[in-house]
Design a protein around this ligand. Structure first.
Ligand code: M6R
Length: 369
């Protein structure tokens, strides 16, 4: 049942190419237009949407943060991401033109379910992005967009995460198409790139030796920091969460732009810092800005573990380690940059002799508030 792997988590990491492929399957017609008949909310209603909330917890909320960048870019609809357990208490501004998108692997997370209920009471349209057929959250929503990652057993979420991000891209492109946005012209190109992702993930998974080695060397670390910007920011948070869950190491992910607003005070000689670097073509000169962040922390003695695209040589002078990912367009990069961080956490946990699939104090689905 573990497909020849030692742990479910390792198997599920290797299931990721299929998780992305299967989540894309059957969602375009012969002309490359997105078809989401399964949504059960009328096209008119979706065209009327003028605000989106994403509600989710943990890793699913990080998928939602990635979704915000993509959906706002493609549709120009404002998107707010709310941790499901905070949603009700922030007195959300919700009416019939609000679309509330919940993201949940299990479909049973009580906090997320309660957020969806609250949204419905306020008159919102609700869509559930979910990995478990017939579970409670999709049943309580107006519509569902299933992720097809297959059952996820390990407590730490991996393949559900990449499938959630994939589904969010599909939803964003579909909404753009419905609204006749010019961005929808690019939808075919984005879909074509998404279809290449499974192969890219396979390439990454075939070359994890160095990441495994780094993880083993770092088994005694007391704290690891993760920096990212734009869609790399939620990936930094996800990298930190994986490490907390699996290796019980203090880890923190933050937006690289925040460094000089406080966190740089944490940098002392030897402090390991992972940095997720946007591709050199990312708009607004973000690549250059992150490279100078790496330079700043390196100058203060940080040990820099840099995740950068193939061919990005600018990072080399300031990196103690460079972990390469295939080139892709800026918004899609999270599907690739998260992979080495998952592999890192898995191997660090193994190196410490911990229970990878069942970390202490955690449950696979949190069915109490
Ligand atoms: O089943 P859900 O997607 O609703 O679960 C949400 C979180 O509890 C979950 O992602 C949790 O953060 C994982 N343990 C992360 O690895």
């Amino acid at each position: 049942e573990k497909g020849g792997y030692e742990t479910f988590m390792e198997k599920e990491i290797h299931d990721q190419p299929a998780a992305v492929r299967d989540t894309l399957l059957g969602r375009t017609d012969e002309d490359g237009r997105l078809v989401l008949d399964e949504l059960r909310i009328s096209e008119e209603e979706l065209r009327e949407v003028n605000r989106i909330y994403v509600v989710a917890c943990g890793t699913a909320a990080y998928a939602g943060m990635v979704a915000k960048y993509a959906i706002e870019h493609w549709t120009r609809i404002p998107v707010e991401v709310s941790l499901a357990h905070e949603f009700r208490y922030c007195d959300p501004i919700v009416d019939a033109r609000t679309l509330v998108v919940s993201i949940s692997q299990s479909g049973e997370t009580m906090d997320t379910l309660m957020a969806v209920k609250h949204a419905k009471d306020l008159g919102a349209r609700t869509i559930s992005i979910c990995n478990t057929h017939g579970s409670t959250i999709p049943r309580g929503s107006d519509a569902v967009l299933y992720t097809h990652a297959g059952p996820e057993i390990a407590v730490a979420s991996t393949k559900a995460f990449v499938a959630q991000i994939t589904a969010c891209y599909v939803l964003g492109l579909y909404l753009a198409q419905l609204r006749g946005q010019t961005y929808a012209d690019d939808a075919k190109q984005v879909m074509a790139e998404l279809h290449e992702m499974p192969e890219h993930i396979e390439t990454l998974l075939a070359s994890t030796d160095r990441v495994e080695e780094i993880a083993r060397f770092m088994a005694d670390s007391r704290s690891v920091l993760f920096l990212g910007r734009h869609v790399g920011y939620p990936i930094a948070m996800e990298g930190a969460l994986k490490l907390k869950e699996l290796a019980y190491i203090h880890a923190e992910g933050f937006a690289a732009g925040e460094l000089k607003h406080g966190p740089i005070a944490l940098i002392e000689p030897g402090q390991p810092v992972f940095v997720v670097v946007p591709g050199p073509d990312t708009p607004h000169g973000l690549h250059k800005k992150v490279v100078s962040n790496i330079q700043e922390i390196r100058a203060r003695g940080a040990r820099t573990l840099v995740i950068a695209e193939e061919g990005d040589e600018d990072v080399v002078p300031f990196a103690d380690e460079v972990i390469r990912v295939p080139k892709t367009s800026p918004l899609l990069q999270p599907l690739l940059t998260v992979i080495p961080l998952q592999v890192f956490a898995l191997h660090l946990s193994t190196a410490k002799g911990l229970d990878v699939d069942q970390p202490r104090n955690l449950a696979k689905s949190v069915t109490v508030e």
